[in-house]
Design a protein around this ligand. Structure first.
Ligand code: BGC
Length: 700
């Protein structure tokens, strides 16, 4: 079905009729999960699950089967069956397709591809027996050290909204409910259960919330409230966030669920303030909620509202799904989905430096290739938190290199002895360093206790700096200069600082966490079978101090209006690499820019030509500038983008359009979005750097 809000609303009366016939207990039952936190399947489900495990019963893990909630046989109401994401479907073992993490997907600037990924994920959710995908993570990393930034699409609210909406459309296009998380301000991991975020009204409305509204506007079925507090109130209890903003102002008609385990911490407050579902087990809702209604602490209308929201959301998805041939296990990890994961990896990797066009390496003349770094030989697809996907296989960078250039002798050194590394680099025709992070360095924080062991913890926010590990820096500084054809491949979920070592190598490729076929894509790019076309979904500064600072352990954090590229631009600080930057093996020329303002939209058009020798993709970007504003506004903001692929010599005309709505600012005094009537700068080009943009002016 083409999922629409209208479709869901057409179920309102039916849902209300069903809810009216239900007892209080039955309605409240719909409002919480039926699992114990961390449960693995039991009984028959366990026997079946274990039999399916290629690695044996030990491979059973958190999230193995979809987490159920609600349902009622008497009224033919299906359960909600929850699956995590976003890098694929976190169910089963050795089966699901592991896509690149969202940060890489954000670097593709290709929302059509994201929608396709959404379809593939939707089919895999159904293949696993689920009906809800809670992997639309669109939190904005205020500081890139946030451990879970890999799960989101970059620093830009506009881009987050575009990508989140694309994933929602794709997933829901397969009759699977999409859940958008974590609402809101969830950009710190280590202190996520205790930290209260604060910011002013404009920051809240213009920077941290618009992307959630974008997903609501495309009909997202569900929203997950976050663990953290906002202005001292748990987000899962917040009347302001849940009722006033989400349900009243944005007219959200789906249901809200809490994050798992610690997402709500009371019965009456969250129930009264708009929380519809406690996940994943019944702790504060259930009997306690029934009692609270009987005691007059929670009006029964509130329960009716939640029940009706849940019913009218689940029913249209299930009805539409039942009208088609069911999707079976064959969809999970199928060839087409793995191809799509590879396509995304190829599109998102971002070439950041390429002195003397050292990349691509020639398969013919690079007879001997030195490969350095522990991560070269590691299947490294992201953190070990709730987004961990278990694919059938992972291609490591080393395997990818060997497969892609079988005629090249590969000398692999995973040690750190400087003299040995220097010698190996000298004796080879080219040298590649695979460095960066893994699940120990960043990701969802999983304590030793949660892992069922006592040996420490994993993930969390980046501990010391945004740079590489000391031993990697020393390795690159020692061995890089020994070979004129040297490249660094960086693995990680967000910004990695480069200033300390970038002069020691010719080329740098950002590979993020590239999914199960990542090693293939890395090698294809290194050897030129694929031309990189990804663009940085964040700014790369010279100094970490150019970015907003946070205390990862704090209980109180203020988020400023400016972060990322808007902060650097406002302060006149030049970045090392601008937002939206990425190199290619070909060249593009942009010209003939034209700018137009209509009543409802602003648009910019230009001609793009591939002026080089090979096929390649360029991401054309639209920014709006606010120089004439009477209020404090960013220098400019991204307001459109389009990825175009062109053959050598081929030309295209690209038009980017932005709704005037997206030019408004939020006036806290009138509590309204206002359009300034003034001259705006409109930019079209290939990164946020002025040198890469053509500028015009329009009057509104
Ligand atoms: C995470 C959510 C996730 C949930 C269920 C929580 O700890 O914050 O992102 O969806 O667990 O696994």
């Amino acid at each position: 079905m083409k999922y629409t809000k209208e479709k869901r609303l057409s179920y309102t009366e039916k849902a209300q009729r069903i809810a009216e016939k239900m007892t209080l207990e039955e309605k409240v039952f719909l409002m919480s999960g039926s699992t114990s936190f961390g449960d693995t399947p039991s009984g028959e489900a366990r026997v079946e699950a274990e039999a399916a495990l290629p690695q044996g019963p030990d491979a059973m893990h958190y999230n193995f089967t979809p987490y159920p909630a609600g349902g009622n046989e008497k009224f033919d109401l299906p359960t909600m069956r929850f699956c995590d994401g976003p890098r694929g479907v976190v169910c089963g073992t050795g089966k699901s397709t592991c896509f690149p993490v969202s940060m890489l997907r954000g670097a593709t600037f290709d929302t059509a591809l994201e929608e396709e990924i959404g379809h593939a994920i939707g089919r895999e959710v159904r293949g696993h027996g689920g009906n809800l995908f809670a992997g639309v993570c669109i939190n904005l990393p205020y500081n890139p050290g946030w451990g879970r930034s890999q799960e989101t699409y970059g620093e830009e609210s506009f881009a987050l909204g575009q990508f989140g909406s694309a994933l929602v459309r794709g997933v829901q296009g397969e009759n699977v409910m999409a859940c958008v998380k974590h609402y809101a301000f969830n950009s710190m991991e280590c202190s996520r259960f205790k930290c209260s975020v604060d910011c002013n009204r404009r920051t809240e409305r213009e920077v941290f919330l618009p992307h959630f509204k974008d997903c609501v506007d495309v009909g997202a079925a569900s929203i997950m409230s976050s663990y953290n507090l906002y202005k001292g109130i748990n987000c899962g209890h917040s009347d302001y966030l849940l009722r006033k903003v989400l349900k009243e102002e944005w007219d959200f008609d789906g249901f809200v669920m809490s994050d798992f385990g610690w997402g709500i911490r009371a019965t009456v407050e969250p129930a009264n303030n708009g929380q519809d579902m406690e996940m994943c087990s019944t702790v504060f809702f259930g009997d306690k909620l029934v009692q609270a209604v009987r005691d007059g602490l929670v009006p029964e209308e509130r329960i009716n509202e939640s029940a009706a929201r849940i019913i009218r959301t689940i029913l249209p998805f299930e009805d539409a799904y039942r009208a088609h041939k069911p999707i079976g296990k064959e969809a999970v990890g199928c060839k087409e989905h793995i191809e799509l994961a590879l396509k995304a990896a190829r599109e998102g990797m971002t070439l950041l430096q390429n002195e003397d066009s050292v990349l691509p390496l020639s398969k013919k003349s690079v007879k001997k290739l030195a490969v350095f770094g522990k991560l070269a030989d590691k299947g490294n697809i992201g953190d070990y938190g709730s987004s961990r996907v278990f694919p059938a296989y992972i291609v490591t960078p080393l395997q990818g290199i060997k497969k892609t250039s079988p005629g090249t002798e590969v000398v692999y050194y995973d040690g750190y002895d400087a003299e040995t590394a220097k010698r190996i680099a000298r004796e080879a025709d080219a040298a590649v360093f695979v460095v960066g992070y893994d699940h120990n360095d960043e990701g969802e924080y999983i304590s030793g206790e949660q892992l069922g062991s006592i040996d420490g913890s994993e993930g969390g926010d980046r501990k010391n700096s945004l740079g590489l590990h000391k031993e990697d820096i020393e390795l690159i500084r020692a061995a890089g200069p020994e070979n004129e054809q040297s490249a660094v491949v960086m693995i990680g979920g967000n910004t990695i600082m480069m200033t300390e070592w970038m002069d020691c190598v010719s080329s740098i490729l950002m590979a993020y966490y590239p999914g199960q076929e990542g090693g293939t894509a890395i090698a294809e790019i290194l050897f030129g079978d694929v031309n990189p076309g990804g663009k940085l979904p964040y700014v790369l500064p010279y100094r970490e101090s150019d970015l907003p600072q946070v205390n990862w352990e704090t209980t109180n954090q203020f988020y400023d209006y400016y972060h990322g590229y808007t902060k650097l631009e406002k302060e006149g600080v030049k970045p090392l690499l601008p937002y939206g930057f990425g190199l290619s093996y070909t060249t593009f020329k942009l010209k003939d820019a034209e700018f137009k303002a209509g009543n409802k939209t602003v648009s910019a058009t230009c001609r793009v030509k591939n002026t080089g020798e090979v096929k390649g993709s360029e991401v054309v970007q639209l920014y709006i500038g606010f120089k004439n504003s009477k209020v404090n506004r960013p220098v400019k903001l991204l307001r459109g983008f389009k990825r175009v692929e062109l053959k050598p010599g081929e030309k295209a005309e690209v038009t980017l359009t932005c709704p005037v709505e997206k030019l408004k600012w939020y006036n806290p005094e009138t509590a309204a979005w206002e359009l300034e009537h003034m001259e705006y700068e409109v930019y079209i080009g290939t990164s946020s750097d002025d040198g890469d943009l053509m500028m015009g002016e329009i009057e509104l």
